[in-house]
Design a protein around this ligand. Structure first.
Ligand code: NAP
Length: 340
């Protein structure tokens, strides 16, 4: 094994961080830790938020990206859960193995409070990795830890999604395309909104039944309501946040569920009244990724259903800044991967 590894880190700059390619010593795993030779990593909107200081987070010197997959090349003393040669992905929250969320997990988020996966070698907790589905490549498996798990946890754990219930996804980024794939696999009618007709066409080819272009129909909630036969949508994956929540509330079904996930329209207060939640006896859940147990359940589902992540584009390790720029452009469909 090499003594030195290459990794990207976030360097402080004026308005945003700057990506810096550096060399560090390859870590030696301590007790309870494993060393993973990372083969691929993937980007999430969160990485754009961190790079551009949109949430004001201090990540100076940090290796970015929560999502990556590779093989275990060394284990520290006492590790029995995984062994050298295992194909694994890192868990977004290294310490959230099962059960309800605990605030201490905020100190254990890869690529945020602790070093992430845009590196040749990652030193992870032996409890913070999962075996990857056997039918997936490292590139595909690198798409799972944040986007896929968030969609799965929102729909299945918190939403209790059942076959034939309707699902609405906003846009065609990482979380939304996974949610579309999971819901279609369960036989649920899926509704999608996007700014792009060609992306909506791709959603229909993946099994979506109804699509609306939100640029053409800024009042897309009315269109969705009509298309649902005025019944509303049983499960909405709210990745927009303050600027879209009001519309989601106007097309959720009575007794339906809104999974509040994202901040694509910012971190401010909702731009409209929340009161229709009451009038519809509807539910809303705050979602933050999911636990290792949810990840393992999702992986079984992916394997049984032979579902493969939709990769938009793969960049070389040296091209990481270009991968970030492609994410920021909002042109992608599904996931953006970096080969390591
Ligand atoms: N809470 C959590 O655990 C968690 C986990 C993952 C992600 N997130 C959040 O969820 C959001 C999505 O993340 P991601 O990684 O999937 O993002 P992404 O891959 O960058 O997807 C962004 C896509 O969303 C669509 N979009 C943008 N603005 C929109 C709007 N106003 N209305 C409807 N659609 C819009 C666009 O798709 P079209 O081109 O099709 O319009 C855009 O390409 C982000 O805010 C992220 O921070 C939260």
């Amino acid at each position: 094994m090499a003594d030195l590894m290459r990794c990207w880190q976030l360097a402080s700059a004026e308005q945003a961080y700057r990506l810096e390619l550096v060399q560090r010593t390859v870590p030696t795993p301590a007790a309870g830790r494993v060393l993973v030779r990372v083969r691929a990593a993937s980007l999430n909107y969160r990485d754009h938020i961190n790079l551009n200081k949109l949430a004001g987070r201090e990540v100076s010197g940090r290796i970015p990206l929560s999502d990556g997959a590779g093989e275990v090349v060394a284990v520290g003393p006492g590790v029995t859960r995984v062994k050298v040669g295992d194909r694994v992905a890192g868990c977004f929250f290294q310490s959230w193995t099962c059960g309800r969320f605990d605030m201490r997990h905020h100190q254990q988020d890869l690529g945020g409070t602790i070093d992430g996966m845009l590196t040749e070698y990652a030193d992870l907790s032996a409890d913070g990795v999962v075996a990857i589905p056997s039918h997936l490549s490292y590139q595909e498996a690198a798409c799972l830890p944040c986007a896929a798990l968030t969609a799965w946890y929102a729909l299945m754990n918190r939403g209790g999604l059942k076959s034939a219930e309707s699902v609405l996804v906003l846009g065609t980024g990482g979380v939304s395309v996974f949610a579309l794939q999971f819901a279609v696999a369960l036989g649920c009618p899926v509704f999608v909104i996007s700014k792009s007709d060609s992306k909506l066409e791709r959603c229909r080819s993946l099994g979506a039944v109804q699509t609306v272009n939100y640029k053409q129909f800024p009042d897309w909630d009315r269109e969705i309501w009509k298309l649902s036969g005025q019944k509303g949508i049983d499960h909405i994956l709210e990745v927009g946040g303050p600027g879209t929540l009001g519309k989601s509330l106007m097309c959720v079904a009575p007794g339906g569920h809104i999974a509040l996930i994202g901040v694509l329209t910012g971190f401010g207060p909702p731009q409209s009244s929340l009161f229709s939640l009451v009038g519809r006896n509807a539910n809303i859940s705050g979602i933050y990724v999911g636990s290792r147990t949810d990840f393992e359940e999702m992986n079984k589902f992916l394997e049984v259903r032979q579902i493969r992540p939709v990769i938009d584009k793969t960049f070389r390790f040296e091209e990481a800044p270009a991968a970030y720029a492609w994410l920021a452009s909002g042109s992608h469909f599904g996931k953006i991967v970096i080969d390591v």
